[in-house]
Ligand binder design. Structure first.
Ligand SMILES: *[C@@H]1O[C@H](CO)[C@@H](O)[C@H](O)[C@H]1NC(C)=O
Ligand SMILES: *[C@@H]1O[C@H](CO)[C@@H](O)[C@H](O)[C@H]1NC(C)=O
Ligand SMILES: *[C@@H]1O[C@H](CO)[C@@H](O)[C@H](O)[C@H]1NC(C)=O
Ligand SMILES: *[C@@H]1O[C@H](CO)[C@@H](O)[C@H](O)[C@H]1NC(C)=O
Length: 369
């Protein structure tokens, strides 16, 4: 949720995902409590949102609804750019993002068929998580945008987007519940969204749905299955909270993304702050890749809404039939991955580490979190 830092978020970490997560004991977190503090929200819903989550609302591709629902492999939303068309990077427009959903719901915009090339949906005892690949220029991401991070905090603690709210019905399969803690990363080629649906003393929702690791991206912060060209729904173990690395001696090392910045305090004074340490080593990957079970594979997902299929406006650089400038040899609908594949192909670990160091050097103007 840090504006300037977020630009480099997702793509970099697609890199870290290349490094296999270690095989470690599963996370032992105690008994998940759906009524623990910090889980459900009974606050006011954002000003632009319908009062509750709702299917079959009118389609409006310029809607400013900021209500996302994360229910199943073919019923979920992500936040994305508000302007149509949009030329800005996600890191600069997080506060005004709007909901885009796979179905017509929540008065939100609908993700057109042809956008998604892979969706992996996993339900764990502590959270539900969507991992999707595709061409998100079809929902107004700028071509090649390495992405940003959305969460209910942001610089003003009003949410990024402001008044962005999230429901899920996975607890009982039918009741829409507002949840307090969630995180959503989106780049031009990758989306991930985690909603914390239960908490424990060891894994309270602010820890399992961490919101200060903007530049680390999907694979690092939300480890799971990011394979392209496949669609599945699984049960899963909960991952270790992002940034926590248990050590052999029983202690836990906490990685904090390093950045410094200033903000104007209550009395008008400028206050400086530092998060993390410039000398701390950046782990290459998530501590572990949680296991999954009971996976059900689907061939693809679609909503069949022809009226919203993009024409030629946004996605010329990566569109399925006209691309020549992306440098990708695959002109299929998976063209959206071309921006990150230039990263992926042949990037060595050393390159990864170097890019990260360069990246954190950019943060001097980062906002408060
Ligand atoms: C679509 O949403 C925008 C933004 O809220 C609004 O101005 C416009 O009137 C809506 N269009 C329709 C047809 O409801
Ligand atoms: C909606 O989002 C705002 C901003 O993050 C938050 O203060 C409020 O509690 C949320 N409301 C619900 C119902 O989740
Ligand atoms: C790419 O699209 C063009 C035009 O539709 C087609 O002729 C060509 O065979 C396609 N190439 C690949 C690799 O799919
Ligand atoms: C395009 O996608 C289809 C379906 O995933 C696949 O069968 C085909 O091989 C792909 N073509 C190219 C050129 O990647």
């Amino acid at each position: 949720m840090i504006a300037s830092a977020s630009k480099i978020a997702v793509g970099l970490i697609a890199l870290a995902g290349l490094v296999e997560a270690q095989s470690v004991p599963r996370f032992v977190y105690g008994t998940p409590n759906p009524n623990a503090p910090g889980v459900k929200s009974r606050n006011k819903n954002g000003a632009t949102n319908p009062k509750s989550a709702q299917l079959n609302t009118p389609i409006n591709q310029t809607s400013v609804s900021r209500l996302a629902s994360i229910n199943s492999i073919d019923d979920w939303c992500t936040f994305g750019p508000e302007p149509v068309p949009n030329t800005q990077q996600m890191g600069d427009i997080e506060q005004t993002t709007v909901a885009y959903c796979t179905k017509a719901r929540n008065n939100a915009r609908v993700i057109p068929d042809g956008t998604l090339t892979a969706v992996h949906f996993v339900k764990t005892p502590l959270y539900v998580q969507v991992m999707a690949l595709g061409d998100f220029t079809k929902i107004n991401m700028a071509p090649g945008d390495l992405g940003g991070e959305l969460d209910p905090h942001g610089a003003t603690n009003m949410g990024n987007p402001v008044g962005g709210n999230v429901t899920s019905n996975v607890a009982d399969g039918k009741t829409d519940v507002f949840y307090q803690e969630w995180m959503n990363y989106i780049s031009s080629s990758q989306v991930c969204f985690r909603v914390c649906i239960a908490g424990t003393d060891i894994a309270p929702t602010p820890l399992e749905c961490q919101h200060q690791l903007d530049t680390m991206g999907c694979n690092w912060v939300m480890p799971g299955n990011y394979a392209d060209n496949s669609f599945d729904t699984c049960d899963g173990d909960a991952a270790y909270p992002p940034g926590l690395y248990p050590q052999p001696d029983g202690s836990t090392s906490t990685f904090q993304q390093f950045f410094t910045g200033t903000y104007v305090g209550a009395g008008g004074s400028v206050i400086s702050y530092t998060n993390g340490s410039p000398t701390q080593t950046t782990p290459q990957s998530a501590y572990s890749l949680p296991s999954t079970s009971n996976c059900v594979t689907t061939s693809s997902i679609s909503n069949g809404i022809k009226a919203i299929m993009p024409t030629t406006t946004m996605s010329t650089a990566v569109s399925s039939s006209t691309s020549s400038s992306s440098g990708s040899s695959n002109n299929n609908s998976s063209g959206g991955s071309s921006s990150s594949s230039s990263f992926n192909s042949g990037a060595s670990r050393a390159t990864v580490a170097a890019s990260f160091v360069a990246a954190i050097g950019l943060f001097s103007a980062a906002l408060m979190f």
